[in-house]
Design a protein around this ligand. Structure first.
Ligand code: XBP
Ligand code: MG
Length: 260
């Protein structure tokens, strides 16, 4: 059985609650800037979140609401340009500090570093989004806390495909059984489990009713010493919040279950 060597974090919804007040707002600002009367309210965006990747999400929206546009020549370039505008707006939003890390994230990252656990990221989002979130939240050295940042279009298939987790594992040089992934969504969990990585889920407003079968534990967040987590499924952390000791215990239990 492998000892726990690394934590692999998802970004959107896990490190920070970025979707409703971040990405969604950035998409709408890009649409307005391009003179489009498209507007994604919170409900519509929640439906579109079933597809990961911003460009892929725009394409899904067009297929449902403006199917003729998909047949127009140059639509791929138009989607790319729209997404680039959206990313510009999103980065500006992040730089204002409007999207903080979720409760417990900074604490757990610091505890993990002290405990000698290696840190990695496996995300569908655009790489600049990750480094800007980390610099804004943790300071200039924030991105350097992570040995690996596997993000965005570097893989042919985005979550729920396991590709981005496979890249993170390969760059870490670790087997999946030596890691624990932290995710927030069903797509993310299917990706991490597809790569064989035991996974803890911290849900949010958009994902709390999704199917998290196969997760080690499903919680409403990482919690803090003065604000214990609510457990949706799996074994509760002994301390009442997610710390290194609980991740080590969950990892050992998952390993014991998996090994013959
Ligand atoms: C979440 C996603 C991303 C973001 C938007 O990624 O699916 O596409 O919603 O970011 P994860 P982009 O949960 O894997 O962090 O527009 O840059 O794709
Ligand atoms: Mg996510």
């Amino acid at each position: 059985m492998h000892k726990l060597s690394a934590l692999i974090f998802d970004v959107d919804g896990t490190l920070a609650d970025t979707e409703r007040d971040g990405h969604r707002v950035a998409f709408n600002r890009a649409f307005e800037e391009e003179g489009l009367d498209w507007f994604w309210d919170e409900g519509r965006y929640g439906e579109l979140l079933r597809v990961t990747g911003g460009k892929e999400r725009i394409r899904l929206y067009l297929s449902e609401d403006w199917p003729d546009l998909l047949r127009e020549p140059g639509i791929d370039e138009r989607i790319k340009a729209l997404h680039a505008a959206k990313t510009r707006h999103y980065l500006s939003l992040l730089q204002t500090g409007a999207i903080p890390l979720r409760p417990g994230v900074r604490r757990l990252l610091q505890e993990a570093r002290v405990a000698g656990l290696r840190l990695a990221i496996a995300t569908t989002t655009t790489p600049d989004n990750v480094t800007t979130l980390l610099r804004t939240a943790l300071g200039e050295e924030g991105p350097g806390w992570f040995e690996v940042i596997a993000a965005g279009d570097i893989v042919p298939a985005k979550k729920p495909a396991p590709d981005i987790f496979d890249v993170a594992l390969s760059e870490l040089g670790l087997p999946p059984a030596a890691c624990v992934a932290l995710e927030d969504s069903e797509n993310g969990l299917r990706a991490s489990l597809g790569a064989g990585v035991p996974t803890v889920v911290t849900t949010n407003g958009y994902t709390r009713d999704q199917d998290f079968s196969g997760a080690i534990a499903v919680l409403d967040g990482l919690g803090e010493p003065d604000s214990p987590v609510t457990v949706q499924a799996g074994i509760a952390p002994a301390s009442g919040y997610v710390d290194v000791a609980s991740l080590v215990a969950w990892h050992a239990a998952a390993g014991a279950k998996a090994s013959p």
